[in-house]
Every structure is written in C-alpha cells, then in structure tokens.
Design a protein around this ligand. Structure first.
Ligand SMILES: Nc1ncnc2c1ncn2[C@@H]1O[C@H](COP(=O)(O)OP(=O)(O)OP(=O)(O)O)[C@@H](O)[C@H]1O
Ligand SMILES: [Mg+2]
Length: 465
C-alpha cells in the first residue's frame, strides 16, 4: 500500500534528524572530552616540570628536593596525584607516598618528547604523563631519567559519561517530540488539501457554478484551487453548450415531427382521393427528409466532436476537391441561375481527409449559391499563401449583417431564419465546416457586406512530404 503523504513527510524529517542529531551529539561530546583532557594534560605537564626542577635540585645541592614542602599533594596515601622517577632502564628511583608500595603501570617511553596516556591502575582510570629529563652537573653520567606524573581521572570520566548520557537522552527526547510535532504539523499543513477535496466533491455536475474561494486557500495551494476553478468553468460552459444543443436539436425536430403527425392524422380522418394521399405523403416525405438531413449533420458533428475523429491523413489535391464540389452543385446553381467560376492556376496539395474536405467545400458553395440572387455569381479561387493552401469562395449574394457574423458558426444559428426555412437550411452547415477545418489544424475566415456578398476563406496546411 502506498504510504500517506503525511507519513512520508514525517519519515523524511525523522531521517534527517536521526542523522543530524547523533552527529551533533558526537561533536559536542568529543569537544568536551578534548577540553577536559587538554586541561588535565596541561596540569600534569606543569606538575612534571616542577618535579623535574626538584629532581635536579635534590641531586645538585641539598637533600631537600623531593622531600620538600612543595610535594605535600603526593604525601597522603589517599591522594589522587602520583609520581615516580625512573632511570633509563626503567628502575624506579623515587615514588610518591600516594603510590604506596605499587609502581605506576608500565608505559614505554620511546621518544624524547613528553607523552600522555590514559590507563587503568588499581581498578581506577588515571592519566599518565611521562617526561624524559637529562640531568646536568654531577648527575650527567647517570643518563636520562623519566619523570612520570599521574592523576586519578575518575571524576572527569564520570563527568564525561554523565554528559554523554544526558546528550543521548536529550537526542531521544528531541526525536520523540519532533516526530509527534511533525505528525501534528503535517496534519495541519495538509488540512487545506482535504478541505479542497471536500469542496471539489461538493461541486458536482448539478452545482458547477460554484467555485473554490481563493482568498480562503493558503497561498501555496492557490494555483491548484485556481486550476480546479478553471476546470469547473470549462465544464460549466461545456454542460451549458450541451444543454443548449439538446434544446436546439429537439426544437428543430419538433416542427417536422409535428408536420408528419398532423398530416397523417388529418389524412386518415376520412377516405381520400389518390391525389390527396400523394400530396399528404409528399409533405410527410419532405419533413422526414429534413429530419434525416439534421440527423446526418448531427452525426457528423458528433464524430468531429470526438477527441480523435478518425480523420484520414493523406495527400489530397485541393483544386480537384473544389472542382468536384462545383460539379456536384452545378444543377443547384443552374436551377437558381447562379454562375460558378473556378480559378485555380496550379494544383494545391494538403494533408487531410478527402471526404471531409469535399463536405466542407460542398457546404460552403451550397451556402454561396443558396444565399445568392438570381443571376448572381460564385467565384472559387485556390492559391498557395506561405505555408498555407487557401480556398476563397466569394458570392454576390445577400450578405450577412455585421451583428450576426460573430455567431454564424454556432450550431443551429441562422442569420436569416425566413430565408433558411425557405431553403430548408438547419443552421448546422457552417458549424460542420468549422469543425472540419479545425480538425485539419487550419482556420476559416468570413467577411460579408449586406447586399453585396460574402467571402469565406479557408487556410489549410500545405502538404509536406
Ligand atoms: N454565403 C452566404 N451568404 C449569406 N448568408 C450566409 C452565407 N453562408 C451562410 N449564411 C448565413 O449563415 C447561416 C448559417 O449557415 P449554415 O450553413 O450554418 O446553415 P444553413 O445553410 O442555414 O443550413 P445547413 O447548411 O445546415 O443546411 C445561414 O442560415 C445564413 O443565414
Ligand atoms: Mg449551409
């Protein structure tokens, strides 16, 4: 099972403390040990120096020397200070009364330098200082002597042990308090995340208009709350569009359904002549055809709305597609006495789906013919522009009012409802065109002047081998 974020944060924090605190404890302990031993060694060194002086005095002048008052510290058998003087062969020449009959533990002095050692003597820890001395005058022939001076350091060792135990206890206490504190802080820090998740749960599909309050969210989590709010805004818009679309679609289908129902009901009321039946069936067929047209367009839109609309990606020659649309619409244009002209000096290659591109051209040319005057013209021009292959379809038709232009690509939007009803338009053609162009990573532009005509221009990516 994956660990919770809180456990991970606290575990990391504890791991850092587990490494840092013992290191810090060790540094503190060894610093104190160094200070204690430096002070012990300094004291032993000066004692050894005093003893060295006294040894040389003893031999040269009087018998006083090592028997003098200066050495009162070493006299008592209970004293914690000891000394002994050895010759170069290790024979003990003098020893302090505090040593009793025993000698200090053997400690080889190999160099001519003063040395220090920590040893155990009679079950107690001692610090031993060994100082080589070269006597002057009459004693010179006796050779090197070694003055050993020691101190019982049980007190210092006890102090260091107590300090070490106190440090260990302090570290354990810090770890315990930190882990509890860490858990508490991590819980507090993550509380806003839980709050956001509760708020997100609350905002369901039916309450998409609600938003997370940014001022009440901690600064670090504001970007998260803001992106949730953006998602909700997007979802709200999409749901609203969906609702509008369903309501528009049902509204569009209501009229032909009503026509079919009323026609069939009226016709069935009494016996009719074959001619009357024919007329009624004609009306029903017309309404059914209109519905079939809408259903087909809705299916196309649904396919194009898909994340991956399953478009072909092949090399398509655009001039040929426009030419095909022109051929298909020639009868419609002839019926309305509209002239179709095509200007395409060179072949244009794009990447795309030939069926969808043909549908795009047919929709646009149909509009240009449908919303035209008798004797009007539709001019189709294909030409390359930078990296684009462009198709411009301009007509000499009725034009679109400026106020309608921004909404012209909306589903079921018609600039001139009476004219569209007359032509059987559903207001879906341009939405399909826009979806097709966007699915081909292109763009569509529309310019229009009421009374003089409309120009639609499509930009599609040129084919790259
Ligand atoms: N070339 C044009 N000239 C004038 N008006 C146009 C032109 N093209 C589109 N329109 C206006 O834009 C509206 C939307 O066009 P669109 O092609 O989406 O729908 P439609 O032609 O009414 O129906 P459909 O294409 O679904 O059969 C049309 O109803 C019309 O008012
Ligand atoms: Mg149309």
């Amino acid at each position: 099972m994956p660990l919770s974020l809180r456990t991970k944060i606290v575990a990391f924090y504890m791991l850092v403390l587990l490494v840092l605190l013992p290191v810090l404890g060790a540094i503190l302990y060894f610093s104190l040990e160094k200070i204690v031993f430096a002070s012990l060694d300094a004291s032993l060194r000066s004692r050894a120096a005093v003893l060295a002086d006294l040894t040389s005095e003893e031999d040269e002048d009087t018998d006083a020397g090592l028997e003098g008052d200066d050495l009162w510290e070493y006299r008592s058998p209970q004293s914690r200070f000891y000394f002994q003087v050895m010759d170069s062969r290790g024979k003990i020449l003098r020893r302090s009364a505090s040593l009793g009959s025993a000698g200090l533990p053997p400690h080889a002095v190999t160099s001519d330098r003063i040395t220090f050692a920590t040893l155990r003597w009679q079950g107690r820890p001692i610090r031993l200082c060994s100082m080589p001395v070269y006597p002057s005058g009459r004693q010179r022939q006796a050779g090197r002597r070694i003055i050993q001076c020691a101190e019982d350091i049980h007190g210092s060792i006890h102090l260091l042990d107590t300090y070490r135990n106190a440090l260990a206890l302090a570290i354990l206490c810090i770890l315990a308090v930190s882990s509890a504190g860490g858990m508490f802080i991590a819980s507090r820090a993550l509380a806003p995340v839980r709050e956001i998740s509760r708020a997100v749960d609350r905002i369901s599909a039916s309450r998409l208009e609600e938003r997370l309050s940014l001022p009440d969210t901690p600064r670090e989590l504001r970007p998260l709350a803001a992106s949730f709010n953006r998602t909700f805004a997007g979802l709200e818009k999409a749901f609203a569009r969906q609702r509008q679309f369903i309501s528009d679609a049902s509204h569009e289908l209501r009229t032909p359904v009503a026509v079919i129902l009323s026609q069939s009901e009226i016709t069935r009321r009494k016996k009719r002549t074959p001619r009357e039946y024919d007329r009624a069936l004609g009306g029903i067929q017309g309404a059914a055809q209109y519905m079939a047209g809408i259903v087909k367009k809705l299916a196309t839109l649904a396919r194009l709305d898909d994340e991956s609309p399953g478009l072909q990606r092949e090399r398509v020659e655009l001039r040929g597609v426009v030419q095909k649309a022109r051929t298909l619409l020639e009868p419609l244009a002839a019926g309305r006495e509209v002239g179709l002209e095509l200007a395409a000096p060179e072949p244009l290659f794009v990447t795309g789906d030939p069926a969808y591109l043909l549908e795009l051209m047919v929709n646009l040319v149909t509009n240009a013919v449908t919303f035209n005057h008798r004797g009007g013209k539709v001019r189709m021009t294909c030409r390359p522009e930078d990296f684009w292959a462009t198709v411009e379809i301009s007509d000499t038709g009725i034009g679109i009012p400026e106020a309608d232009l921004p909404r012209i690509f909306e589903r079921f939007y018609r600039a001139d409802p009476s004219r569209s009803r007359e032509t059987g338009g559903s207001g879906l053609g341009l939405s399909i065109c826009q979806e097709i162009v966007q699915a081909h990573a292109g763009r569509i532009e529309m310019r229009s002047t009421v009374g003089s005509g409309t120009t639609v221009k499509i930009f599609l990516r040129s084919w790259k081998a």
